[in-house]
Every structure is written in structure tokens, then in C-alpha cells.
Design a binder for this molecule. Structure first.
Ligand code: KIV
Ligand code: ZN
Length: 435
């Protein structure tokens, strides 16, 4: 018999965030080349990393975590070559991750020699389970790890004045830690690094393992923002994981609660169940009328590169990108979509009101023809639509019913989806048309 063992609860503050909405795009950081890469079976080689990096630049991501330089020679060499390659545009900044250990921090700075600008991202875990079980350390000792790391960062940065340095600190396991303790650690790090509103520190607040409903995470973000001394000198960044399947929702509510920046991966790659999916979050904003500042107007090209680099297929039902998300097989859906498109075109509607489709597929570079696909569950409207799109043949209503019987018979007998060519074949055979 199994015992029910919940995650330990942390005390929760009052909340105000539900009254807010997201009104503008956050700063985006892609950690595809770090959190994403560390979670795949065959980590990317330099060719794949460069290809992914170029894709991120094309999509419009301005902050890119490119690796963990102290993890080994492959990571170090890639980062060192990248920052000296001329590949990093002037408006893009690279970020590297380091544990809070003097030798590792020094190695990270060495990997960045020659960089125009860079963010060095320091982290250590702060929650009770890690303190008690992993490190066997008191709160003071854990705080001291962060402070000691911040001092090394400050001193290493001073040795390379030719680079524009930015600092990021993550109290890893933030969402399962006591809020006031996390704030005290961040405050101590800020005392060392002396950020200002003009040169802020990035404080990244991870749900390292997603352990509660997304509103709880948002409450924690709101409390942190309200109670951090020197909030004006900090950029509040969110780093959600998807263990409960709500990584995107947690990031959205966290933005409403006052955060400025999001870390995540394209199509939600990342440790275990993945990081927050940047594509989903950005396109959720897009469908609410907010320009996310990221360009997914050729989503198939993005998918192709991501699948090649990660060697993980994007799920057919992945929001916005999946192969099946803009398709309808059922007759009633096809009929409604067909009417929706006709009305949309006739009225030049400034809003998107096509039933069953959350966004215009054309905005993502998908074609209308791909929207309606035909199998044995489809109705006559769907068959007629495909024939019209493919052959320019507009069937009269009465012929549609008859034609539909022919298509259904073939679809039933073959138990498979029929493409436009199959449907044209059925039409020719049914009505003895020679071409
Ligand atoms: O999930 C996590 O906590 C991390 C940190 C290193 C930011 O990836
Ligand atoms: Zn992570």
C-alpha cells in the first residue's frame, strides 16, 4: 500500500495579481543550449549548437544561455569560439551558467574572454530539502555560498574590463524554499554586486521542480517583488519547469504577478518534462493582441531545426506548432471552419473569429488547405472544400452529398486519411472523368 506523500508546503502571502493582465512582452531568455541541451540523450555538437543559436537569433531572442563552460572541454570550447566568432549580433547577449565555486566561476569567465558583453549566471539551491539532505548545511552556510560566489564574480569581471558584464543570480529551488530566506540570500548577493536601476542584477526565480499549482508560484513571485529591498535595481526573471504540466501557466501568472523576464526553451525542451515553452507563451500573447517580439511566422522551419538539433519530435498536438493542431477531421468542425473562412474573407474581419481555430494558420506560415483533412469521420463539406482548394472545382450542394458517399466508401475501406490527390481520384472514378 502506497502512502500519499505531498510536497512540503511553504507559508503563502496575500495576493493581488489576479486583477492584472499581461500587457506587454517580457524579456525572453532561451536556455535551449543549456537546460535544453543538458536534458537530451545526445547533447548537441558544435554544428547543431551553432544552428540552434542562429535560429534563436532569427526568431528574435535577445538573451541566449549558451552553456555551462565549466562542465567540460566541449562546452568551454564551443562558448569560447562562439563569442569570438562574430556570430553574436550586437543586440544579442550570451549567458553562461556556473555553480558557486571559485574554480568553476573563474573557468566560466575565461571561456568568455573576448566577448563584447555577457551575462554570468550564478546559482545555488536554497530550499530545506537541499539544505538538509544534499548539502547538510545551515541557512547561514547556504547564504554564504551565494555571497562567496558573488564576490568571485565581481573580482573576475573587474579583470576583464573590455567586456560589458551583467550578473544573474538564481536561488535554485526557489519555489520550494521559504520566501524570506530566498529574499535574504538575494539581498546579500546584491550587497556584493551593487546593482543600480541603470545596471540591474537579474534575479531568476526557478520552479526547479514544479511542485504546486501555478497560482502559488505567482503568489511567491508577487511576494518576492513586493518585499525585495532594492527591487528597482533587479530584473525579476522566471524559470519554470513543467513537472505538473503547468510550466507555461505558471510563467503567465508569474508575469501578471510582477516579473519582467522569462527563461525557457522552444517547444518546452528541458530537464524531465521540460522548461516553459517559449513558443506557446509567445503565441498565447500574440492571440491576445500583444506583440511578443518573437517571430514564429514560419513555424515549420523552426520545428525542422529544433527537431534536428534536439533529435526529439515536436508532438503532433503541441500548441500552435503540432502537425495536427490546425486540422479538423470531423464533419461538423469542417463545416464550421469552412463557414468561418468564408465570412472572414468576405468581411475582412479585423478580429480572428474562425470557429475551432485559435489563430490564423497563415500567421504561422501554415496554409489553409492543410486545415481541413479528410478521413472516414469527415463530412461532405470537408470533401467539397478539399476538392475546391485543390482543383478549383465548386460542387453544387446536391452533388456534394452523392460525392461524399463515394469518398466515405474509399476512406472506410482503406482506414486512412485521404489527401487531395486521393479525393480527386475518387471524383474522377465516380464520375468517369478522363484527364
Ligand atoms: O531549474 C533550475 O533551477 C535551473 C537553475 C540552474 C536556474 O535550471
Ligand atoms: Zn531549469
Amino acid at each position: 500500500s502506497k502512502k500519499y506523500r505531498p510536497f512540503p508546503q511553504v507559508p503563502l502571502p496575500d495576493r493581488q495579481w489576479p486583477t492584472r493582465t499581461i500587457t506587454s512582452a517580457p524579456r525572453w531568455l532561451s536556455t535551449d543550449l543549456r537546460d535544453g541541451n543538458q536534458a537530451i540523450v545526445d547533447p548537441m555538437d558544435a554544428v547543431k549548437k551553432n544552428r540552434f543559436f542562429d535560429l534563436l537569433v532569427e526568431v528574435g531572442v535577445k538573451e541566449i544561455e549558451v552553456g555551462f563552460p565549466s562542465a567540460g572541454a566541449t562546452e568551454f570550447d564551443f562558448i569560447h569560439k562562439l563569442v569570438n566568432s562574430g556570430r553574436v549580433p550586437d543586440d544579442v547577449i550570451v549567458q553562461v551558467l556556473t555553480q558557486s565555486r571559485e574554480d568553476l566561476i573563474r573557468t566560466s569567465f575565461t571561456s568568455l574572454e573576448g566577448a563584447r558583453a555577457a551575462i554570468v549566471h550564478l546559482y545555488n539551491a536554497v530550499s530545506p530539502a537541499w539544505r538538509d539532505i544534499v548539502f547538510r548545511m545551515s541557512k547561514e552556510e547556504v547564504r554564504e555560498i551565494a555571497v562567496a560566489g558573488a564576490k568571485v564574480m565581481r573580482d573576475e569581471a573587474a579583470k576583464q574590463p573590455g567586456t560589458e558584464w551583467h550578473f544573474q543570480y538564481s536561488p535554485e529551488t526557489f519555489s520550494t524554499a521559504e520566501l524570506d530566506f530566498s529574499i535574504s540570500v538575494c539581498e546579500a548577493v546584491m550587497e556584493v554586486l551593487t546593482p543600480t536601476p541603470e545596471r540591474p542584477i537579474i534575479l531568476n526565480l526557478p520552479a526547479t521542480v514544479e511542485a504546486a499549482t501555478p497560482n502559488i508560484y505567482a503568489d511567491q513571485i508577487e511576494y518576492f517583488c513586493r518585499n525585495l529591498p532594492g527591487r528597482d535595481s533587479a530584473v525579476i526573471s522566471l524559470h519554470t519547469h513543467n513537472d505538473r504540466g503547468t510550466g507555461v501557466a505558471a510563467a503567465e501568472l508569474g508575469l501578471m504577478a510582477g516579473a519582467d523576464r522569462i527563461e525557457g526553451c522552444l517547444f518546452g525542451n528541458g530537464e524531465r518534462t521540460g522548461n516553459c515553452c517559449l513558443v506557446t507563451l509567445a503565441l498565447n500573447m500574440y492571440t491576445q493582441g500583444i506583440d511578443p517580439g518573437l517571430d514564429f511566422s514560419d513555424i515549420d522551419r523552426v520545428i525542422e531545426t529544433v527537431e534536428y538539433c534536439n533529435q526529439i519530435p515536436v508532438h503532433q498536438r503541441h500548441p500552435y506548432g503540432g502537425e495536427l493542431v490546425f486540422t479538423a477531421f470531423s464533419g461538423s468542425h469542417q463545416d464550421a471552419i469552412k463557414k468561418g473562412f468564408a465570412a472572414h474573407e468576405a468581411q475582412n474581419d479585423p478580429q480572428w473569429r474562425v470557429p475551432y481555430l485559435p489563430v490564423d494558420p497563415a500567421d504561422l506560415g501554415r496554409s489553409y488547405e492543410a486545415v481541413i483533412r479528410v478521413n472516414s469521420q469527415s463530412g461532405k463539406g470537408g470533401f467539397a472544400w478539399v476538392l475546391e482548394q485543390d482543383q478549383g472545382l465548386k460542387l453544387p450542394k446536391r452533388l456534394q452529398a452523392d460525392f461524399s458517399r463515394h469518398v466515405q466508401a474509399v476512406a472506410d475501406s482503406q482506414s486512412r486519411e485521404l489527401d487531395a490527390g486521393d479525393i480527386w481520384d475518387v471524383f474522377r472514378k465516380a464520375y468517369y472523368i478522363q484527364v
